[in-house]
Design a protein around this ligand. Structure first.
Ligand SMILES: Nc1ncnc2c1ncn2[C@@H]1O[C@H](COP(=O)(O)OP(=O)(O)O)[C@@H](O)[C@H]1O
Ligand SMILES: [Mg+2]
Length: 354
């Protein structure tokens, strides 16, 4: 169960983000990254922070959904009130109702005294429903009413309690298809999804990887007494850039902390990284450079091979949408198309081409 005003986030340094006017400052509260995707998210967050609209944040696990929810709360007029987090996936269905609405003494076996729920705790603040897609359809009906009317009764109680709350939800599920499968109520979906925010997975905003790595290292120098920032050699940077990050920023954060603490040398070398990162990174400069010398293919052929693998990688990443691949490579689309033709690069047979 999580009930926290995310104090760890609050305590992080505040970096002021570029804003439209001096009165329109958005505090990023420990959010690092400069990718287009993140900039767009922050721009939307800045706008919605000024409103009381419901926000639904989509994104894979570890992409920063809770962090963004927190930044919206902290930048809103409710920032002096609480941000109450409820993880709908972590609390068993039968307990969730009383967690949300509280209960009266004797409401069910074991309810020895009355207890207030998260809705009441969030009064004058923000309530954040994490993993909203995991909530049972029965509870979704009760949630809809509470959100719509901003009032509810405790379990086993008859007094109607009114609250003043702002609702932010997050999910890593495709709620549209959950609606199709009868697992998520459409009326609740529209109520929650007034302002949707999509956070891209880290593998789709690789520009942020080294910035985040640096940010987490700097955070360590503040947290760990006597810790000095380490240097990541080129091959380590390349491996971090090429790895797919299924656990997203949470995985990167943990890795940076682990290697920074366990490796005592000042420079982090490729062999200091866990094998799964080295093996899963698509290209690894140090290995490929050595193999060029070993194979004796020479400069021109090696450069051609490297270009080809970069292009293939970008095309695979973007499911062969050439305009997007060109964007990823920071290359003109026409140049990319020419290179694909010249190098006879072809999609794998099962891959749909756009
Ligand atoms: N842009 C970012 N800059 C710095 N830290 C980040 C960023 N995005 C996420 N994090 C950190 O990564 C971890 C996972 O983020 P979280 O918001 O819990 O993700 P989610 O809710 O999507 O699972 C947290 O420790 C968070 O502080
Ligand atoms: Mg989360």
């Amino acid at each position: 169960m999580t009930l926290a005003p995310s104090s760890s986030v609050q305590n992080q340094s505040r970096i002021s983000c570029e804003s439209k006017s001096s009165t329109d400052v958005f505090n990023r509260i420990g959010i690092a990254g400069t990718s287009k995707g993140l900039t767009k998210v922050l721009d939307t967050a800045r706008k919605v922070a000024k409103s009381d609209s419901s926000v639904l944040i989509y994104g894979e696990s570890g992409t920063g959904k809770e962090l963004i929810a927190n930044s919206i709360h902290q930048n809103s007029s409710r920032h002096k009130g609480p941000m109450v987090v409820i993880n709908c996936g972590a609390i068993p269905g039968e307990l969730l109702e009383s967690e949300l609405f509280g209960h009266e003494k004797g409401a069910f076996t074991g309810a020895h005294r009355s207890r207030i729920g998260r809705f009441e705790l969030a009064d004058q603040g923000t309530i954040f429903f994490d993993e909203i897609g995991d909530m049972s359809p029965e509870l979704q009906v009760k949630l809809l009413r509470a959100i719509q009317e901003r009032q509810f009764e405790r379990v086993g109680g008859s007094t109607t309690i009114k609250v003043d709350i702002r609702v932010i939800s997050a999910t890593n599920k495709d709620l549209q298809s959950a609606i199709g499968d009868g697992l998520f109520r459409e009326d609740l979906y529209y109520r929650l999804n007034v302002i949707p925010i999509h956070i891209q997975p880290l593998r789709e905003r690789r520009e942020d990887i080294l910035i985040l790595s640096d940010y987490f290292q700097k955070a360590l120098t503040k947290r760990v007494n006597g810790y000095e920032k380490k240097t990541f050699c080129k091959s380590v940077q390349q491996a971090l850039l090429s790895y797919d990050w299924p656990g997203n920023i949470r995985e990167l954060e943990n890795l940076i902390e682990r290697i920074s603490v366990l490796i005592e040398n000042q420079t982090i070398e490729l062999h200091d990284l866990p094998d799964y990162i080295i093996n899963n990174s698509c290209e690894n400069i140090s290995t490929s450079v050595t193999s060029v010398f070993d194979s004796g293919i020479g400069f021109n052929q090696a450069v051609d091979q490297y270009q080809k693998s970069l292009i293939l990688h970008a095309l695979d990443e973007t499911r062969w949408v050439k305009a997007r691949a060109a964007e990823l490579l920071k290359m003109n689309r026409t140049t990319l198309v020419e290179k694909i033709k010249k190098m006879k690069i072809e999609p794998k047979s099962e891959m749909p081409v756009f």
